[in-house]
Design a protein around this ligand. Structure first.
Ligand code: ZN
Length: 78
């Protein structure tokens, strides 16, 4: 059983939606295999998964769909 490097909690294999910042934009990747800590929610991506994420982000491939993302300014909302 793998443990979370932050809190030592149990890691669970899950597919997640992973936001990735690239060139001032947020790209969202769906169905990303990840290990998620049951205790603190820390998300860990395996090196091969991270590599695939970067490939997709850098490839400029047409995305499956576009969406709009809400933006908040913490300085404004207080
Ligand atoms: Zn944890």
């Amino acid at each position: 059983m793998k443990r979370c490097p932050l809190c030592g909690g149990e890691l669970e294999e899950r597919t997640i939606t992973h936001p990735q910042e690239y060139k001032e934009r947020i790209i969202i990747l769906e169905n990303v295999p990840a290990e998620v800590c049951r205790q603190c929610g820390e998300v860990l991506l395996r090196p091969d998964v991270l590599e695939r994420v970067q490939e997709v982000v850098w490839s400029d491939t047409a995305p499956k769909r576009m969406t709009s993302v809400p933006v908040y300014d913490l300085a404004e909302v207080g």
